[in-house]
Ligand binder design. Structure first.
Ligand SMILES: [Zn+2]
Length: 225
């Protein structure tokens, strides 16, 4: 009763179109949800995301759930997730990403979902790691654990901007560290991030994760630009 009254006064709005949500809708309205530009990359093992890592990292599977269009719905939702504190968007879209991954043909079942860690400075600014919320949704669908401690980002000693592009890339490679990784010997790890552009950060994470004996790696992102 109180809830419906509150809803009347302060209605829940769709994170995408800002229309009032219906009773059975959650965070994103039905119309926006069906309208999201799905990449359908799960159907194609040689999709553009997988190709980004060819010759660099051996992956079991890589895909992104949605295509990023400038000023489109996905961009708006990413903005809500990253800058408006709307972490529910991450969880909900993470569930959608999980469903796409579930449809992909992979030989080895996934064991653990690992979100790409955020810089300490950024984490302090934002207060949360958006990729962690995406990973929560993904792990729920795939029915596997999530680990936010396995991969850690090291703090930078020098300003990134002072370095050349190559040095920056090199620095990214050394920017991650592993903790308690023995439990994942021979396991299949799914690395999760919000948006993939060049793939450099994901590659650096994978390079580190590859140090775990017999590990298998896959990548899932919400969007690609
Ligand atoms: Zn909507």
């Amino acid at each position: 009763m109180l809830r419906s009254l509150l809803n009347l006064l302060y209605p829940n709005l769709c994170a995408s179109c800002q229309e009032v949500l219906l009773k059975n809708e959650n965070v994103i309205c039905y119309n926006c949800m069906v309208d999201l530009p799905r990449s359908l990359y799960y159907q194609d093992i040689e999709n553009p995301i997988a190709k980004l890592f060819w010759g660099k990292i051996k992956l079991e599977m890589a895909l992104s759930a949605f295509t990023f269009v400038k000023k489109g719905k996905v961009q708006r939702l990413m903005h809500e997730l990253k800058y408006k504190g709307n972490t529910k968007v991450g969880e909900l879209l993470g569930i959608e990403l999980g469903k796409e991954i579930d449809k992909a043909e992979i030989t080895d079942k996934l064991d653990v979902v690992v979100p790409v860690p955020l810089h300490k400075k950024k984490l302090k600014q934002r207060g949360y790691n958006q990729s962690e919320f995406i990973a929560i949704g993904v792990a729920r669908v795939l029915n596997c654990e999530m680990n936010t401690n396995l991969l850690k980002r090291m703090e930078h000693s020098e300003s990134q901007t002072k370095k050349s592009k190559y040095e920056r890339w090199e620095n990214v490679g050394a920017a991650f560290t592993l903790t308690d990784s023995n439990q994942y010997i021979g396991k299949h790890i799914l690395l999760v991030d919000d948006v993939v552009t060049t793939g450099a950060t994901l590659e650096a994470c994978c390079k580190k994760l590859e140090e775990i004996e017999g590990v298998k790696l896959s990548i899932g992102t919400l969007a690609s630009s």
